[in-house]
Design a protein around this ligand. Sequence first.
Ligand code: ADP
Ligand code: MG
Length: 478
Amino acid sequence: MEKTHDAVWKNCLQIIKDNINYQSFKTWFEPIVPLKLENNILTIQVPSQFFYEWLEEHFITLIKKTIRKEIGKEGRLEYSIIVDNSFNNAAPMTIKLPTSNKNATQNQAVNMPVNINQDSSKEIPNPFIIPGLRKIKVQSQLIDSYNFDNFVEGDCNRLARSAGWAVAENPGKTAFNPLFLYSSVGLGKTHLAHAIGIQVKNNFPEKIVLYLSAEQFMSQYTDSVRNNNQNDFIHFYQMIDVLLIDDIQFMGGKEKTQDVFFHLFNHLHQKGKQLVITSDKSPAEMQGFEPRILSRFKWGLAADLQVPDLETRIAIMQKRLYNDGIEITDDVIEYLAYSITTNVRELEGALVSILAQSSLNKKAITIDLAKQMIDKYVKNNSREISIDFIQKIVCDYFGIPVDQIHSKTRKREIVQARQIAMYFSKIMTKSSLAHIGLHCGNKDHATVLHACRTVKNLIDTDKKFKGYVDELENKIKI
Ligand code: ADP
Ligand code: MG
């Protein structure tokens, strides 16, 4: 007796349900619609290419086994994928998956010829298509003043800026996809990412542009898992034409988020959508990322932003003052540009402090005022303290090479230096335990937690130790 596709799929679901967790079952199997069973080929409909790839990567072994069990050795599976709903003639494409062939790999399946079957999907309800979704206005989260006009060009940023410009003129169509921008803090990554987004909106108002930090992406994803609406999350991101993700380094060590991001990346890239990613390190130096993701980051162009030279620093300040309608004599501007060489954010901070000082005390902005301010400013500084910086100070203090902290060694003095570096990283930077661990010898978050407790205990019980820590604290803060 011939079994129907419904009955076969129902049995398959029973088996699958027993083998995976409820959440995954609900997310990845309930939305599947069985379409037909002909010549031992079961055709199932999945809502998107992304969905198909996810199944292939995460559940293929289970699906293969199940199909063979239900249909027999000859059993095969075909996917019918609903093409992106932005195309009006939502034509499903069919990808054949020879489940009876043990050697069938994911790639072979993807490269199989595609059958377009116009009729069958039209009446089938698709839980992923939310009516009118394309019309929803996505809040791009772009800051107006971070535009190209306000971004001063210099040798330090020429490549990154011009690649950003090219991308904004032709999103998704240049070789710069992804465009990967990296530098240390305060050198204009965030500004440039916004500038690209703003320029795309100017050039192509209909394009959906989204700027967000990697942290935001991560927490949205976590929320979606908790609220059981991962599908909406994924679907939302699939609609984006230009995705600007800032500070991707915060995804380091976050496997689940990376996994989702990896698939999203592939999906968007394949569809010719533009990705712009920023990071504090080059792809080659990043830690805590899966190789497959790092290799994606290298597909396009990785461009760095460097500390601007004196002329560029002066030009940046002049532009800022001009925009704000403030006049300051050239000698003061030059003095500031000479004194602050680290990054643009500090330069701006100093400028703002001087303006505040002068208006509060009704003093003219003179070189003297600038000098006083710089002295104070540089001492009280608002410099951002990095894990690398802490490690350097701690190692110098104890007279050990920094690379020892990253090594696996259990030598007492190194372990202690490592623990102290972890402790200061926890209290003086915004980094997570996992992030700190990653940068202190690839340890996990529990090790960092343990280190922080140990150091705290020693401070309370050991006077000499407390002396070291106090001294170090002063050194780090200066
Ligand atoms: P990052 O993201 O690399 O830490 P930001 O983009 O936040 O740095 O830049 C810090 C500040 O410096 C911002 O206010 C930004 O507008 C300014 N800035 C950085 N580079 C430039 C530049 N080339 N021209 C004008 N302003 C800049
Ligand atoms: Mg930034």
